[in-house]
Structure formats: C-alpha cells, structure tokens
Design a protein around this ligand. Sequence first.
Ligand code: S5P
Length: 259
Amino acid sequence: MTEQISFLKRASLTRHPLSQRLFKLMEDKKTNLALAADISTQREVLQLAEVIGPHICLFKTHVDILSDFTPDFGIELRKIANRHNFLIFEDRKFADIGQTVSLQYSGGIYRISDWADIVNAHIVPGPGIIDGLKVIGEPKGQGLLLLAEMSSAGTVAKGSYTRKAVEFAEQYPEYVMGFISLKKISDNPGFIHMTPGVKLRPGKDSLGQRYRTVDQIIGKNYSDIAIVGRDITHSENPLGQAVLYRERAWNAYTSSRKI
Ligand code: S5P
C-alpha cells in the first residue's frame, strides 16, 4: 500500500489548476463533503446551495431534473458558489462521440459549460469523448471526471473497464481531474476520487442504488470525497445532517492520511 498523502501536499503534485484549487479549498474549509442536489425546482436547489454551501467542497447538480429551468439558474448558482467557495459539478454523464458531447456540453438549453466547473463522462465511446469535452472545458479552466466504477448493483464498470478509465485519465492529466469510483483506483496523487452511494448505514434503495458508509469509502477505501444525496436532502434537518456528514468525512480523511 502506498503512502496516503494529504490534500495540501497533493495540491502541489498536480498540474491541473482546478484540482489544485479543489485540494486547497478542501484543506481551507476542512470539508471533503459533496452534496448531490437531486431536487426538481430551481428555488429549492438554490436554497439548498445557500444553506449547505458553507459545509461542502462541491455541489453536484442534475440540471435536467429541473422542471422550471431558466438560464438564471446557472448565474444564481455561480454567485452562491463564489460566496461560499465550493465548486459546481454537473453530473451529466456524457456518453457519446466527441463531436456530439462538445455540442451537448456547450449548447442546448442548459449551456452547461457556462456555469459548471466539473462534468463527468462514461468511457464507453473511447478517448474521443475526452477530446470532445476538452475542446470546450480546458480553455475555461474546467475539469472532467471519468466514471470508472458505479455504486449501482450489477454495474459492469469494474475490472478491466475500471483500469481502462485510469489509462485514459493518465493520457489527459491537464484536463481529467480524477474519477467517480468506489475506492482509490490510481496511485497518482494528482487524481481525485469521488464516491457516491453514501449513507450513515450501509444499505440499498428500491432501484439498485447501494450505500456504503463514509468510514468505508474514505477511511478504508481511501476515496477523497463523499457525495451524499438523499440522506441529507430528504432528512428532516438537512443542515444538521450535512454538518454531521462533514465531520465524519473529514475525520475519516484526517485519520487515514499520513503526510
Ligand atoms: O455510480 C454512481 C455515480 C453517480 S454520479 N452512483 C450514483 O449514485 N451517482 C449519483 O450520485 C446519482 O446520480 C445521484 O445524483 C447521487 C446519489 O444520490 P443518493 O440520493 O443515492 O445519495
């Protein structure tokens, strides 16, 4: 097992400007918690960002869930992100050829590249998908995560598929920031690992989602960021629950990193 390195040190070990910023802001704010805001109205999503913003490093959106989307959404969310110092991750899961994803990223109704810092992509089409997104995102200082593993039951993203994601990422260190994965899958300290499917207790939902605890994914599996959705957004006290997750995720990080 290689040494587990602190976020601060890792900021100096990546050339990716946005990864440097994310490592530093996690260390400054003392949070490695990301919120998954799978909510269907702009007002509720923005309100959540405002309330939970001080406790997170990253706010994850699914903009195509919104029933009342207007271009103001991105503008308003950016203002909140700047005020509370977190990054915006639009969980678009691109999966097409390079030319098509470049249009999906920059155009359409959502114009994702106007307001999101980070997007993600499946690697199923091959590295052309990274080239297509990079054309849009790199000049704007944005970053990409590759879906190397998934939290859902029966996923085929494992074994050689996961290793391929690492191989692709290594070819694009100036644009790919890291992975969506269930554990640390690369020893390159510049890559950031983010893990969804997190709850206070292990379990599953009725549609194939599987949950692990913060201690499992960060303490034992050496992932970096816990992405928590319904266990915060659907709790009776989202702010209190976010504060609890923040403490647990940060403790799991500090007690498992050495230098
Ligand atoms: O493998 C994955 C990848 C992602 S990005 N499994 C996931 O659940 N996600 C996303 O994380 C999913 O789209 C959702 O937005 C969030 C998990 O939400 P929760 O309510 O189950 O915590």
